[in-house]
Design a binder for this molecule. Sequence first.
Ligand code: S3P
Length: 182
Amino acid sequence: MHQPGRQYRNIALVGFMGTGKTTVGHLLAELLGFELIDTDRVIEKRTHRRIQDIFAEDGEPAFRKLENDLVKELETANRTIISTGGGMIVNPENLKSLRRHALIACLWATPETIYERVKTQTHRPLLHAPDPLGTIRELLARRTSFYKEADLLVGVDFRAPQETTRNIAAAYARVNAQPVEP
Ligand code: S3P
């Protein structure tokens, strides 16, 4: 839960792969006139490599290190929507860093919805598995307690990204409008 009376400069979107963080990130940035930073895209740009190549060539820990380095830099961000990779807040250090400046909204969907959304896509190394739905179920179960640390949990199963965007923007306005405690 968010802390009453706190002001947040930014919004961080967290949540499992395929929950729509990138789409909602673009819509939110447009709606609020904020900058958009997509952590996966920044990592790809800086390394000149695709995420799946970093995983294949250097291994997952190397990718997690890049995420961890980037999240620290984002502490100076202002009026920014930070769309994160699905594993970002599994590292408690990353969550703690985001909490310093951002309202953290987690997009939440069932494994079945996630599977429907990702089944035709090929760019997520963790889902290159013989049984992707089983992998999603297992990984989501392992990560649930981390995702539930978010300030807002937004169910996206039956919502269009536009509605999710409006809900997050309204919550952000509400939270930031609360009087600062003396
Ligand atoms: C990952 C999610 C991906 C990307 C990487 C690892 C994860 O981002 O960061 O493949 O661990 O859940 P999306 O959530 O944008 O797919």
